[in-house]
Ligand binder design. Structure first.
Ligand SMILES: Cc1cc2nc3c(=O)[nH]c(=O)nc-3n(C[C@H](O)[C@H](O)[C@H](O)COP(=O)(O)OP(=O)(O)OC[C@H]3O[C@@H](n4cnc5c(N)ncnc54)[C@H](O)[C@@H]3O)c2cc1C
Length: 534
């Protein structure tokens, strides 16, 4: 295809469907605020608007409130204060700047300021709502960067109860349900299993967006009129092949054979196979929205831990080698960035080697426990780690041997002789406290000397897909805009589909940023604005 063709021909998702005729509409329901999508951002916005006095309707294709994961970042909440965590917007500037730098400032810094300045208030509000449904807050542990550059204090909040103590993995669906019950108890209505299909833009498609037409599970068309706003909150577009190829080409290339494209599940929860088909994005484009300014949407991808530190954010801080048996980086990195590094290695493979003593780099490993162990999940003592690795050896995801030679001999896809020398050099760097090749900080120079020895490798099959973030051009008031940055009156969006909140990568250095910002503080503020209380 030539560039001309690329610019003049339309993608399938850009072509609007035939408008649904008025005569086909079985029912019209009017409300001040109509939220489309019952995930965390939609429920949060609806709840905020409803509690602030607006008349709210939520229309969602899902059969229930939707959430996944559960880490919600906030800066200076009442719970952080209660737990003695000294954190505020001024102190957060360090990590916020790191995040913005990682993305070359190719993002909307004004939206970030809303999150930074309002996240504590939002979290305090949320804590009270969740308490009503028996959910308690806890804080995930601090991220301590050995190089001291990307550290982040305990700031990811999650919500848990005795039945589901691991709020970081299981909390979000319960939070969404907590918002839903508050919406209903404050007079709002939620229509489940009702899929939005088209927006109605008045004045021959040039005026205000006044309604959305949806179809319920019996096939009936219902028009939801929003006298103040239609708020799109339909999640991401990772299940639409064309949209991925057009707007997230790098992610598309990496994951095109992994994502199953044709099985759309509007109840998608904790899945790693793509989420939604971008219905809200398409509806916005069809009524004249421009795409966000960044060329590619951020793609949240990482490699699920096949290395010995299963703590979440860290990549493996010990020796990393490529197929030549050579090291290639300062190993102090994290799970989001290591994927990019691996992609630049031949055959996209990296190999990790460590020894039995590696378990003792810390006294205990936090595999699900939270800050000050509030959720009661015990830490794992160092002495239990080798047993865990042995389990992985049995499952075939790690290898083990009594000598380095025997260990390396189990891999036929690495240069074993060079690898052996690389490990000897590494041990020398550990002894002298200085890494002559990549200047790893001394605290992560852990020798590979004490048998048994362990190994693992990452290949492209270990790449894990989460979501794509971004969408229609969105201003800092969360209004969806046209090509001239003019807001389309009446049309807003929240959540993963907000345009230009992120640049190219979701780094995890601010854990739970998405739930805390675009799905939390920002929809909270928008809900209040739409209700007219600010
Ligand atoms: C496995 C996994 C774990 C994650 N964990 C975290 C985490 O811990 N912290 C974090 O910050 N982020 C996490 N994320 C990112 C996460 O997806 C988001 O933070 C969050 O769930 C997005 O919320 P949302 O409201 O934008 O969309 P979603 O929660 O995806 O909700 C979209 C809603 O819109 C509905 N919908 C879609 N199309 C239509 C339509 N046409 N009409 C009506 N309704 C429609 C859907 O049914 C759904 O109810 C995780 C992602 C994955 C995949």
């Amino acid at each position: 295809m030539t560039l001309d063709k690329f610019e003049t021909e339309k993608w399938s998702f850009e072509i609007p469907p035939e408008p649904i005729a008025d005569s086909d509409i079985a029912e019209t329901i009017e409300s001040e605020v109509v939220v489309v999508g019952g995930g965390m951002s939609g429920m949060c916005c609806g709840c905020s608007a409803s509690m602030a006095g607006a008349d709210v309707v939520v229309v969602t294709a899902s059969s229930k409130p939707i959430g996944r994961g559960g880490s919600n970042n906030a800066i200076g909440s009442k719970y952080q204060k209660e737990m003695g965590v000294d954190y505020d917007p001024q102190k957060a500037q360090e990590i916020v700047k790191v995040e913005q730098l990682i993305n070359s400032f190719n993002l909307d810094t004004k939206k970030w300021a809303t999150w930074v300045n309002r996240s504590a208030e939002f979290m305090d509000w949320q804590i009270d709502i969740m308490a009503e449904v028996g959910l308690k807050p806890c804080l995930e542990n601090a991220y301590v960067d050995p190089d001291g550059i990307t550290s982040c204090p305990p700031s990811a909040h999650n919500f848990w109860n005795e039945e589901t103590p691991n709020g970081a993995l299981e909390g979000a669906p319960q939070q969404a349900a907590g918002y839903a019950s508050k919406i209903e108890s404050t007079g709002g209505t939620i229509y489940y299993s009702t899929k939005a299909l088209q927006l109605v833009r008045d004045d021959d498609g040039k005026g205000r967006v006044s309604a959305v037409i949806a179809q319920d599970k019996d096939g009936k068309y219902i028009k939801y009129v929003g006298t103040k706003a239609i708020v799109l909150a339909t999640g991401d577009f990772s299940k639409d092949r064309d949209m991925m190829a057009r707007y997230s080409p790098e992610a598309y290339e990496i994951f095109k054979d992994k994502i199953t494209w044709d099985n759309i599940d509007y109840d998608a929860g904790l899945v790693y196979d793509g989420l939604y088909p971008g219905d809200g994005h398409k509806m916005a484009l069809w009524v004249g929205a421009a795409w966000q300014k960044n060329t590619t949407c951020f793609c949240n991808m990482h490699i699920w831990p096949t290395w010995p530190n299963p703590e979440g954010l860290d990549s493996f801080f010990g020796i990393n080698m490529d197929i030549y048996g050579e090291r290639f980086m300062n190993e102090d990195s994290n799970i989001a960035h290591i994927l990019n590094v691996v992609r630049h290695r031949p055959q996209e493979k990296i190999f990790y080697v460590w020894d039995a003593d590696y378990a003792n780099i810390r006294d205990e490993w936090n595999l699900g426990s939270c800050y000050k162990n509030v959720n009661g999940i015990p830490s794992t003592p160092a002495s239990a780690m080798p047993e865990m690795w042995d389990g992985n050896v049995e499952q075939g995801t790690m290898i083990k041997a009594d000598t380095i030679e025997d260990l390396l001999a189990q891999w036929d896809d690495i240069d074993q002789e060079t690898a052996k020398k690389t490990i000897e050099n590494w041990n020398r760097y550990c002894e002298q406290g200085y890494d002559e090749e990549f200047q790893d900080v001394e605290s992560i120079l852990v020798p590979v000397k004490t048998p048994p020895f362990y190994g693992a490798k990452t290949t492209p099959t270990d790449y894990t897909f989460l979501t794509v973030l971004g969408g229609p051009r969105t201003n800092s008031k969360l209004q969806i805009c046209d090509e001239n940055d003019e807001p389309i009156e009446g049309l807003y969006c929240v959540g993963s589909m907000i345009g230009d909140f992120y640049g190219s990568i979701y780094s995890f250095y601010v854990p739970g940023l998405n739930l805390g910002s675009v799905c939390g503080a920002l929809p909270y503020v928008l809900g209040r604005q739409l209700a007219g209380v600010e």
